[in-house]
Design a protein around this ligand. Structure first.
Ligand code: VG1
Ligand code: CO
Length: 546
């Protein structure tokens, strides 16, 4: 075997977004493209000195191009002095499992192959993300260094060894590097069993609780089957669409009421199960559904926080909460009641890492169906589902009862997100620029019954390393706590995606039954009149409302 140096063309303008590099599969298949990004990762990390037995973890969500990409990464890792690679069987590892395995085995880092909730298949998307030794996404300082390398490097190093057999558990080698094919579920399942009361949840299933977990033909299928149907004794068939497919069965593995409409329909039927849940392409997102009620992710975070001590892993209470800026302020109210801090961070899980490492927060959440805790450094779909099952077991109430009791105590934060997908990128930028220019004049202005208390473009200073992230989204906060937020997506692969987030607080339980779009109607109008969204995009209505 030998190691080659192969010429490659630098990338032009391929800056990784919110969660690593996401592009069309066809782009990744161009000669040298994948290799360019992987080389940039290794150049940023520096070659492992022979004295350091450096391990990395590699795995993905099983989408089209996963296996091919893994073989290339293994050959390149061997060429950069990596001592050992842990790779999930069949190339499979959910994003939370990668985080778990990095931490458990004290790996140097990990490479996650996924475009998460984006569609897959030959015409779909592919993605690569680098995670650091704490198990979380690389911070901006590292991703920026990688980006710089992608633009300058002119060659990459690769071994001509391999390919490695990925389907059989066990050990093989490329050059001097050991490749260990591991069970993708085992370490993760053991961690879940330590955090939650598996006895109580098993009793719930034994007592007849009916659940439907929709894995959307994505990576969480094997995890959900092993844990729910295996360890917890849920009846076979509880997990549906549980086979990971390279194209996710042609679906869009993004668990929200629009993409998981089939699950929602089941939960509304006469014979609806007691509990429903779904997860996304790489298993880090969750949707929680009760009979006849879909739980808003922002509410889910607040409810988990308010009930945290009911789960064994959190019996001692929680240190603090962090939520992304567009996430509703429901969690802030819980933090107030508990006398702990609630941090507001930019969108993207990487901003939570420092807060968790410094033990400032225990729970984190995003409005985009992402919830998690300090047990790993990624959001964790199945974790949230198990938390809810633990809650149902201890409280002996339905999902709806738990949600309504929460609103009665803390008030309801009506919430919705309107996405305008694949709009013209130049128009989207023009809209944001015009909006930024307007901000200084907005404070103090009244719109109907709303008066603007604060209008800014969110700037975040990390309380731990003091790094500053600017231009993280337009916040327009009203005096009564209602909010309008606008930002551009960092994960789309076609044109620009504009996200409009809306939130209205309502304390009075007599007003907790309004249809959310109606409850938010006035704020939606205000958002349009301030932003000129329809004018800039030429769109009458959003692509997706969640
Ligand atoms: C979206 C979500 C964000 C999430 C990110 C990655 O980003 O809004 O909250 O962290 O996806 O999630 P954006 O920039 O498109 O709004 V995942 O499950 O796709 O890794
Ligand atoms: Co995801």
């Amino acid at each position: 075997m030998s190691i080659h140096t192969i010429a490659t063309t630098p990338f032009a303008g391929q800056r990784p977004g919110t969660s690593g590099l996401r592009k069309k599969v066809s782009q990744f298949q161009q000669p040298g493209y994948l290799e360019n990004f992987i080389e940039a990762i290794f150049l940023t990390l520096g070659d492992a000195p022979a004295s350091e037995r450096r391990s990395i973890v590699v795995g993905g969500d099983g989408r089209y191009f996963n296996r091919e990409a893994i073989q290339t990464i293994l050959r390149m890792a061997a060429a950069h002095g990596v001592a050992r690679v842990l790779v999930g069987q069949g190339g499979i590892l959910s994003t939370p499992a990668v985080s778990c395995v990095i931490r458990k085995h004290a790996a140097f880092g990990g490479i996650v192959l996924s475009a998460s909730h984006n569609p897959g298949g030959p015409d779909g998307d592919f993605g690569i993300k680098y995670n650091i030794g704490n198990g979380g996404p690389a911070p901006e300082s590292i991703t920026e260094a990688m980006f710089a390398h992608t633009q300058a490097l002119t060659s990459y190093r690769i071994s001509d060894g391999g390919p490695v057999e990925l389907d059989r558990l066990g050990t093989s080698r490329i050059e001097n590097m050991v490749v260990e094919v591991i069970d993708p579920v085992a370490d993760y399942a053991a961690l879940m069993a330590r955090l939650f009361d598996f006895k109580a949840i098993s009793a719930l299933f034994a007592g007849g609780l009916r659940m439907r977990f929709d894995a959307m033909h994505a990576v969480s299928g094997p995890y959900a089957r092993a844990i729910l149907e295996g360890l917890l004794g849920a009846p076979a068939g509880t997990v549906v669409n549980g086979e990971p497919l390279e194209d996710f069965g042609g679906g869009h593995p993004d668990p929200n009421p629009v993409n998981a409409a089939e699950l929602i329909a089941h939960m509304e039927g006469v014979d609806a199960p007691d509990f429903g849940a779904a997860s996304d392409g790489d298993g880090d997102r969750n949707m929680i559904v009760g009979r006849g009620i879909a739980v808003t992710p922002s509410d889910s975070l607040a409810i988990i926080a308010a009930n945290a001590s009911l789960a064994p892993g959190y019996a001692g209470g929680i240190k603090g909460i962090a939520r992304s800026m567009p996430t509703s302020t429901a969690a802030d109210r819980v933090a107030d009641a508990l006398g702990i801090s609630c941090f507001e961070t930019p969108t993207g899980w990487k901003y939570f890492g420092n807060l968790m490492d410094a033990n400032l927060v225990t729970l984190c959440g995003e409005e985009s169906y992402g919830t998690g805790s300090h047990h790993i450094r990624e959001k964790d779909g199945l974790w949230a589902v198990l938390f809810w099952l633990n809650l149902l077991a201890v409280r002996g109430e339905s999902v709806e009862q738990i949600v309504r009791a929460h609103w009665a105590r803390f008030g309801r934060n009506y919430y919705s997100r309107h996405d305008y997908e694949a709009v013209d990128a130049v128009a989207a930028d023009a809209m944001m620029t015009a909006l930024r220019d307007k901000l200084p004049d907005l404070a103090g202005q009244s719109f109907g019954r709303y008066r603007v208390a604060l209008a800014d473009d969110f700037v975040y200073t990390d309380p731990v390393d003091h790094s500053v992230a600017t231009r993280q989204g337009i916040r327009i906060a009203m005096v009564d706590g209602s909010r309008i937020v606008l930002r551009l997506s960092g994960t789309g692969t076609e044109g620009a995606t504009i996200r409009l987030y809306l939130e209205r607080y309502e304390a009075d339980p007599a007003h907790h039954d309004i249809e959310p779009q109606l409850a938010l109607a006035e704020l939606i109008d205000i958002a349009h009149s301030i932003s000129g969204l329809r004018h800039y995009t030429g769109r009458e209505r959003p692509t997706v409302i969640t």
